[in-house]
Design a protein around this ligand. Structure first.
Ligand code: Z5A
Length: 210
């Protein structure tokens, strides 16, 4: 299962709550994130979010995110799934499609090929798209920053960028309704978690005891 959306949408908060609720049902959960999730992928994360890759352009950024994803899948995601655990990943393929694909204007076919070799069939069973006006998400992200802390490579993009990002995610959800569920992320955390939990229970079967 993956969680997607713009900055400050509440993905990490929701991921934690869903992991707790699943654990209460006796489901073993691996909670992880991208970029990152494995030591090598976390090292790549640091490089990307520092802004050092930006001058090379969106395609090289897509390659870097994909390199991190390959290691994350090999080291953490596939082993967890092989054990029968559930995996909740904060951002995954749709972030590359939206940020590098749509906003970076990378050819759709080229990006699809890169995705194909990167994930090798590992498409999420369920993806929550946390939708909210970018003004709200950016305000949340800004409130969270410590005084004097600078915004990261993506947070510092202009508002128009974040509006296009929102539309990119809505288009992904419209293209793949079987996988994607749009959630109203402007509502309070508890209400958002209840909506997500309802959709999760409906779409992903658990055992009778769960
Ligand atoms: N990126 C990419 O370009 N290509 C890729 O392939 C991948 C990623 C995988 C990773 O940043 C960046 O990499 C990301 C896309 C790009 N761009 N940016 N920035 P990151 O991991 O550092 O940041 P993020 O993924 O955007 O997460 P975030 O900013 O931490 O937001 P969040 O996880 O969605 O939100 P949160 O941490 O749960 O909540 C943010 C604040 O709002 C916090 O103070 C909460 O207490 C509060 N909050 C949470 N939920 C609510 C609700 N429902 N109401 C009110 N307040 C709330």
């Amino acid at each position: 299962m993956t969680l997607e959306g713009g900055e400050g949408a509440g993905k990490s908060t929701l991921a934690r709550v869903l992991a707790q609720r699943l654990a209460k049902q006796g489901v073993k959960v691996e909670l992880t994130r991208e970029p990152g999730g494995s030591p090598r992928a976390e090292a790549i994360r640091e490089t990307i979010l520092s802004g050092a890759v930006k001058p090379h352009g969106p395609f090289v950024e897509a390659l870097m995110f994909s390199a991190a994803r390959i290691d994350h899948i090999d080291r953490l995601i596939r082993p967890a799934l092989a054990r029968g655990d559930w995996v909740i990943c904060d951002r995954f393929i749709d972030s590359t499609r939206a940020y590098q694909g749509v906003l970076g204007n990378i050819d759709k076919g080229l990006l699809a090929e890169l995705e194909r070799v990167t994930i090798d069939g590992l498409v999420p069973d369920l993806t929550f798209i946390l939708d909210l006006p970018p003004e709200i998400g950016l305000a949340r992200a800004a409130r969270r920053r410590a005084p004097g802390e600078v915004s990261d490579r993506f947070e510092s993009e202009a508002l128009a960028f974040h509006r296009t990002l929102r539309q990119a995610y809505l288009a992904i959800a419209a293209d793949e309704p079987g996988r994607c569920v749009i959630l109203d992320a402007a509502q309070p955390p508890e209400a958002l978690a209840d909506d997500a939990w309802g959709a999760l229970r409906q779409r992903l079967p658990m055992t009778e005891s769960a």
